[in-house]
Design a protein around this ligand. Structure first.
Ligand code: HEM
Length: 327
């Protein structure tokens, strides 16, 4: 497999869908992430509109984060991945799609099952069967009785304006269920880790909460949750290495240094026609979680080493033990 590793090469490939087909992404879904022009555009418009119409507001995300944080404040400690980042990503996804909050745990399991397969592990057949059943159930209920939630908009529009077949509609819903959870959770975790381990940065964001957005951006740049995306060019599979392009010293001088004041476009969300339509939501989740944690604590520090996980596709902390002092 050929690899592209510089910012310029990866950007050029991702913006040139005439020569770089998204077909190899079809293992995830063939109607959007694995589709090429001209079929891609109407589906993309539909999904982007659904995500815009059902955007979860910051104050709702803050309330979810506050709820998750409450037991941690009581005990003075938290494991940021399991206690905060992952359940928040699941709750936000559930709210956006219109899935019962009680099913949020299932969404995490589905996300994990799909990313394990992307990493070459044998499929968790039970989880996949449950995912397919849940998607079919959600799609059928919204088709007969649309509610205005994310699934309803996609299901209604996919049959109408995009002319998709029922199987394709289910593929799209499935993509929306799994695309944002594990990735957003990793971003939130790496953002919290950056601030917990750097006192100066923490003091700065405590004094100027708006700077949380800059920390999120630099976390995305230095440690993009998704390490690569695939394309096919001249019959050959090409790995576009987002992780390496984001540490390309030409685009990002002194690339290992965590510097929230960089103003350098990065590739964590891809580029071109397939650029992540959930980028805004993922950014807001990580930013709001960090702001809520800092607003409700007077001190935040690591309570042990963070376990860093680098799978084939994804990277980020697997566990971030934190000590918190309530404010
Ligand atoms: C930090 C979190 C996230 C990261 C790092 C991420 C990364 C990416 C990347 C790199 C792509 C481009 C794939 C390609 O070019 O082949 C992509 C596409 C996509 N992402 Fe995200 N994503 C994140 C969160 C989300 C969220 C929260 C959602 C849903 C609300 C989402 C939904 C999608 C969808 C539907 C696509 C396919 C778009 C298309 O093919 O036109 N993602 N994501």
């Amino acid at each position: 497999m050929r690899e592209l590793t510089t910012d310029a090469d990866v950007r050029a490939a991702l913006t040139d869908s005439a020569h770089y087909s998204s077909r190899p992404m079809g293992a995830l879904d063939r109607v959007l992430i694995g589709a090429d022009p001209p079929g891609h555009a109407p589906v993309r418009r539909l999904v982007a509109a659904a995500l815009r119409a059902t955007a979860v507001p910051d104050d709702v995300i803050a309330a979810m984060a506050g709820e998750l944080l409450a037991p941690a404040l009581q005990h003075g400690k938290a494991e940021a991945v399991a206690d905060l980042a992952r359940p928040l990503a699941a709750a936000v996804t559930a709210a956006q799609l219109g899935v019962d909050r009680a099913a949020a745990g299932d969404l995490l399991r589905f996300g994990d099952a799909v990313s394990a397969v992307a990493d070459g592990q044998p499929p968790d057949l039970a989880a996949f069967a449950e995912l397919d059943l849940a998607v079919a159930r959600w799609a059928a209920s919204r088709r007969s009785c649309p509610t205005g939630d994310g699934i309803s908009i996609v299901v209604t529009g996919a049959r109408g304006q995009a002319g998709l077949k029922p199987r394709e509609v289910r593929s799209l819903v499935r993509l929306l269920v799994v695309a944002g959870i594990v990735t957003s959770a990793r971003l939130s975790a790496v953002t919290l880790l950056a601030v917990a381990t750097d006192r100066e940065l923490q003091a700065r964001v405590r004094a100027r909460p708006a700077d949380a957005a800059l920390v999120v951006e630099e976390a995305l740049r230095r440690d993009p949750p998704l390490r690569f995306v695939l394309r096919q060019a001249a019959g050959e599979t090409v790995a576009c290495r987002l992780d390496q392009a984001n540490r390309d010293p030409v685009a990002h001088p002194d690339p290992e240094r965590f510097d929230p004041d960089r103003d350098e476009p990065h590739l964590a969300f891809g580029a071109g026609p397939h650029r992540c339509p959930g980028a805004g939501l993922a950014r807001r989740q990580a930013k709001v979680l960090l702001q809520v944690v800092l607003a409700r604590t007077s001190a935040l520090s690591p309570a042990g080493d963070a376990a860093w996980e680098r799978d084939q596709h994804l990277q980020g902390p697997a566990a971030v033990p934190l000590a918190l002092t309530p404010s």
